[in-house]
Design a protein around this ligand. Structure first.
Ligand code: NAD
Length: 265
């Protein structure tokens, strides 16, 4: 990988978690993207590779416009104060935040613009919209099951994206989380009406697959999204970074970004 020198007009970008699966992919995508100059590839400790062209570091440089975070829930919290102090926009791709983390993000969003998404693929967000529409139109006589598949290294289940799909379906049908069942085994009895099944497969090197089944008395409708490479998420995170720097402080969702990018889809 080479880092070309780019014009001063480019967006100054930092990537946190730069040696992780998503961080590496985002650093490489940013290097190919003329809109960005990578000012920092943030890691917990700098690797001992003096010849590296990647600007590894453990602090955000003074001149930085936006940080893309692909770390873990604690990592996001670690970088949040510096972003607020220095007025740096934030793109959060990390999943697994708890209620306290969300509260801190909401406080930070009073000072800086933040976009957070469990899945930065544009295709997934179009899928979410279709699922919302179908769940509302098909009604409770159609049984709904969500199936997701990811690589063996994924540490949480079900995926944040499956939970997002679940919440959209629940909202469309006016149901609470109690309607969901996460896997089944044993003497389950007949399927209760309105139940939504969520199932997680962990195998091989699958980047990300989500499918939603709607099954009525004599027909099934199934829609699915497959990410072929982490580049699907990296490209979405870069699109989010280029967009968020122009927004007012607040917390934004992928819905807003997809609306803003509609002409490019
Ligand atoms: P990973 O474990 O491969 O990488 C995480 C990296 O972050 C590791 O290298 C770790 O050392 C580093 N890290 C942790 N704390 C840090 C800190 N304070 N500063 C700097 N680096 C720190 O994980 P991954 O597969 O790259 O996924 C990262 C996160 O992104 C997960 O939460 C995952 O669920 C999420 N993810 C989101 C999307 C999306 O589109 N939003 C897509 C894929 C994965």
């Amino acid at each position: 990988m080479t880092l070309k020198s780019k014009s001063d007009e480019t967006i100054r970008l930092a990537v946190a978690g730069a040696r992780g699966r998503m961080g590496r992919c985002t650093v490489e995508a940013a290097a190919r993207d003329p809109r960005f100059t990578l000012t920092a590839a943030l890691v917990r400790s700098v690797p001992d590779r003096a010849d590296s062209v990647i600007p590894y570091g453990t602090d955000i440089p003074a001149r930085c416009d936006v940080l893309i975070d692909f770390t873990d829930a604690q990592g996001t919290q670690a970088w949040l104060p510096a972003c607020v102090e220095r007025g740096i926009s934030l793109v959060i791709g990390t999943t697994g935040h708890d209620a306290t983390h969300h509260q801190r993000l909401a406080e930070a969003a009073r000072h800086i613009p933040i976009i957070a998404a469990a899945n930065f693929s544009i295709g997934i967000h179009l899928l979410v919209r279709m699922v919302r529409e179908l769940a509302g139109q098909l009604g409770p006589t159609f049984d709904i099951e969500i199936v997701e598949a990811h690589h063996r290294g994924k540490t949480d289940a079900p995926s944040g994206t499956a939970l997002m799909l679940l919440d959209q379906i629940l909202a469309a049908r006016g149901q609470a989380r109690a309607a969901a069942v996460f896997g089944r085994h044993g003497r389950t009895g007949p399927r209760p009406e309105g139940q939504i099944g969520v199932h997680a497969l962990r195998m091989g090197d699958i980047v990300g697959h989500h499918e939603i089944h709607f099954s009525g008395s004599s027909e099934t409708l199934r829609i699915a999204h497959t990410a072929h490479s982490r580049n699907a998420f990296a490209q979405g995170a870069l699109a989010a970074a280029a967009w968020i720097i122009h927004q007012a402080p607040g917390i934004y969702s992928m819905d807003r970004l997809v609306d803003a990018l509609r002409i490019d889809l």
